[in-house]
Design a protein around this ligand. Sequence first.
Ligand SMILES: Nc1ncnc2c1ncn2[C@@H]1O[C@H](COP(=O)(O)OP(=O)(O)O)[C@@H](O)[C@H]1O
Ligand SMILES: [Mg+2]
Length: 325
Amino acid sequence: MQEILSVRDLNVHFNTSTGVVKALNGISFQQTESQIYCVVGENGSGKSTLALAIMGLLPETAKIVSGSIKFQGVDLINSPPDVISRMRGSDISMVFQDARAALNPVLTIGKQLEEAISAHNTYGKQKVQSYSEEILSELGLSNPREILRSYPFDLSGGMCQRVMLAISLVNKPQLLIADEVTSALDVTLQAEVLDRLKTLCKDFGTAILFISHDFGVVAAMAHHVGVLYSGTLVESAPVVDLFSTPTHPYTSAMIEALPRLDEPDKKLISLRGKSPTASEVSRYCPFLGRCNKATVICRSEPRPLLSEIRLGHQVACYNPLCFVD
Ligand SMILES: Nc1ncnc2c1ncn2[C@@H]1O[C@H](COP(=O)(O)OP(=O)(O)O)[C@@H](O)[C@H]1O
Ligand SMILES: [Mg+2]
């Protein structure tokens, strides 16, 4: 499998009136083509900042302090703007949580799909129409012809989300960045949309960088998972490995906290304390204040770096759990 995305030692800071906010601290991971790599982390852990950095859409107050982002070997941080904008929308596309805000309120859905298709193809009117209908129905919209004539305000939030996914997939990108795309949907709708998204991306050979705060959703979607905590990747592993043998105390606590059908009497455990805010990031392990496995080394040495403990399974911890096979 070919590598499609490579992020190395990425550090992103925001300059604010109250000081520097260290949103991403030394993020490194690789994604292979057609793979679903999930980044999971709580609110404020830096997920959207990572997505925006890859897309080259960070606000002006943000600064990529160091690191590299490569898409198919092309440097996304230092390439000329025209190279990046050619890739955006054709090779890489992105869809956000708030789909309605991302759609143009004064254009019909048909026009918006047509614009997305025509930006990278020379299809005739007929082909644009039939292809638009096809992709809308593949995303579960039952009356595509009518939807094409509608405006965003005619549609429900869930329908807008499916339309946004259609627009972002219509050019069969090699990478789709999906930032909390189904978080606002009911659980049953969420499962259906994710299923369709997964099938469509498999057909198109599209890799997904799937971003979510929900470990349950991630378990159902991912091939590989990166756990983000306070701007730091604390664990990265194939999905089965991560859920069967989590090795970072934070990952383990999150998985322990998931309700299980096979253990209805299980007591749900919550984590004590709060994660540090991005303006409180220190040189030590970000999980130190909440970790019940911390030892002297954790209080004296700088933040541990990700290191491989099994094939494909990396953890950033001085005292990883169950590291013996
Ligand atoms: N435009 C911004 N200006 C200042 N700080 C920001 C900005 N955007 C995000 N942050 C801060 O960066 C950190 C990561 O935010 P974000 O990437 O939005 O997290 P997530 O998507 O995981 O909820 C947070 O502490 C957040 O407050
Ligand atoms: Mg976010």
